[in-house]
Design a protein around this ligand. Sequence first.
Ligand SMILES: [Zn+2]
Ligand SMILES: [Zn+2]
Length: 459
Amino acid sequence: VNGPDVESRIDAAIDSVVPRLRRLVADTEVVPELGFFEYQTSELARECLEELGFSVASGVARTGLVAEVNGSGAGPRIAIMAELDALPAGEGPAPARHMCGHNLQLAILVGVAAAVRAIADRLDGAVRLLVVPAEEMVDIDARLELREQGSIEFLSGKAEFARLGQLDGLSAVLMAHSTTRVEEGDFAVGGTMNGLVSKRVRYLGRSSHAGAAPEHGINALDAALQGLAAINAMRATFRDADRTRVHSIISEGGAAVNVITADVLVEVQVRGATVSAIEDASQAVDRALASGALSVGARVEIDTVAGYLPLVQDASLIEMASRVGSRVLGEGAVRPGVDRGGSTDLGDLSALLPVLQVWTGGVTGELHRSTFALSDFDRAVVAPARVLARSAWELLRDGAALAREVRSRHVARFTIDEYVRYLRREFARKAFDGSAALDWVVGPAAAARPDHSAHPGHP
Ligand SMILES: [Zn+2]
Ligand SMILES: [Zn+2]
């Protein structure tokens, strides 16, 4: 049996499930759920995989799913991954909405599952199907609560999958993600993404009657506003090449306008293209936040929680996906992926394993906005399913030579154990008491106005 025959078996298997994939997208679209709470979404994806004959492990990292296709030989294992979560909707009655296309990924994964199952006899290795919760770094308070309850340890689904051993022994991780960037067209490969750290910042002051006794209060909201203004003052110092981004919201800004606010919660994300850029900006942000506390004598507590590492995709996988993409979508349809200011927890995995995230069109509007919508099912789901399934075949055919090569060439930043230890170190709380005595350098006052005559020409 030769390559073209395997490719037609892949295409036929995907074609046969297209109506089911359409139904999965429609069904998940109306039950959008936030990370680690994607119960209905997970259940809908599980049903699909079970209908295809898979035995599926569920409840992995709360809502994740794992299934596997074993090939003919005991070769390398690669993974196809899809994400479950939606985003907070902001306004309207629905608390969440699929504005990042993750439910399209679920349909892609089911399509790939059908295809690799159909060619299992030709695979010299295994394909692990990973359906992963909580990609978006949102809803931090709820996640910290889950962490406190011991239900999760880390705040993202992929970090939890790493901790739980679900990524052990993988030679590559492949996934697809929607793009709405015009320059990426219907299909793009490559490009980097920023890493980030998240901060939960609590300003603590003292409440008092805002009209009758303002002198007894310490205004935590003013402290927060000063801290955010100080962050804004640093922006001009960011280097373009670092793609540093700092953004924040005030999640809790006070309860009553006639009471001096004693407790304010601010959430901040700090992004950058490299780990050192993120660390530099993170320390500068902490200092700026402390200056807000200092300005009014409040206290600030900064919980910096492990965010995402920058995404660096594997060059051999990019090359392979570009070749496969041309075969599926036609010569000239494959565009280079752009370097993005956004972040993903796939970045973390890229520090551990060879990873690939192809960018696929068939959607309109903008990611993370309510304008985001599916426009072309074939482009958004069917084509990427074909690309990923054929990629699995490319990696695992002929003694899985390519999978072995990709794995052996990859230079990991961390082993999975090292990464888990790194994340544990990342959860740190800093506190700064702005009411404490300042460490002034005190000396004699100047006797008179400084004499500028020594510097003629100085105004
Ligand atoms: Zn997103
Ligand atoms: Zn996304």
